[in-house]
Design a protein around this ligand. Structure first.
Ligand code: AP5
Length: 258
């Protein structure tokens, strides 16, 4: 066989093998997901002030435990992008650092728990519940479904340090992937590593809105922490460590409850 023919043959073989490997990997991943038994299910809440790292850690939990990641902020931003009636109203509230009504937020979570197939092994809630009425409604919802929360993890972070995390954050709107100009930069500036699409800054990621978001966190979400402490579910983690260390601590919390 001529050298050029042999090269062509080997290239085809390699590409066929790659395709086969990808198919087998996808099959193996699916098998792991479907072999999850109720004993391996996970129902957890990630709490913490804006910029504490909820959106950074939640996708790892989703991947590791094959659960759905329900981020109410992302759901609202999707409505904003689609320019729905809710999106137009929500944008004004979000940009001002306020909270969208409890009924709307509870309705969104209820709909996901009932219809999102990815929630069959459990969930990680990110940004919900944010008020005591939301926590109470979630409690009734789970009781009706005969399901129990495993843990409520608070990513604890000092208010004074949040400014730089928030003002340096970049996001990929379509996937919700999060970067940081300094602490977690994309490979190419302002470009998503996975899709090559542009990264943007959130319209509520400015010093003024952050001040309001923090105040709302302490007045409205602080009591939610107390609510879960009273139920014995609260687990604090120091969020001032590197993302890898925060992840190690999270895994330790989840390992204890398996
Ligand atoms: P939402 O989108 O939930 O925003 P948030 O709670 O303010 O939280 P953030 O997304 O700002 O922070 P994060 O903890 O996810 O931080 P991240 O991982 O990105 O809500 C937005 C708005 O929607 C609300 O203000 C409200 O109006 C409305 N809303 C949403 N839910 C609602 C509800 N239930 N009820 C009513 N209204 C609701 O990290 C931040 C940055 O730091 C990133 O750049 C990241 O790369 C970096 N970083 C993360 N971890 C580390 C680390 N360990 N070390 C160094 N850098 C790190």
């Amino acid at each position: 066989m001529a050298a050029s023919d042999e090269l062509e043959y080997l290239k085809t073989l390699v590409s066929q093998l790659n395709a086969k490997i990808e198919a087998l990997e996808a099959k193996a991943k699916k098998a792991v997901a479907s072999h999850k038994t109720p004993a391996h299910q996970l129902r957890t809440i990630l709490m913490g002030p804006p910029g504490a790292g909820k959106g950074t850690q939640a996708p790892r939990i989703r991947e590791e435990f094959c659960v759905c990641h329900l981020a109410t902020g992302d759901m609202l931003r999707e409505q904003v992008t689609k320019k729905t009636k809710l999106g137009v109203e929500a944008k004004k509230i979000m940009d001002a650092g306020g909270l969208v009504s409890d009924d709307i937020m509870v309705g969104m979570i209820k709909d996901q728990l009932e219809h999102n197939q990815e929630c069959k092994n459990g969930f990680v809630l990110d940004g919900f519940p944010r008020t005591v009425p939301q926590a109470e409604k979630l409690n009734s919802m789970l009781q009706a479904r005969k399901e129990k929360l495993d843990s409520v993890v608070e990513l604890v972070y000092d208010d004074q340090l949040l400014n730089s995390r928030i003002t340096g954050r970049l996001i990929h709107p379509a996937s919700g992937r999060t970067y940081h100009k300094e602490f977690n930069p994309p490979k190419k500036p302002f470009v998503d590593d996975v899709t090559g699409e542009p990264l943007v800054q959130r319209s509520d990621d400015n010093v003024e809105a952050l001040r309001k978001r923090l105040a709302v966190f302490h007045t409205q979400t602080g009591p939610v922490v107390e609510y879960y402490k009273a139920k014995g579910l609260w687990r604090p983690i120091d969020a001032a460590q590197s993302p890898a260390l925060v992840w190690d601590n999270l895994r330790r919390v989840f390992a204890k409850q398996q």
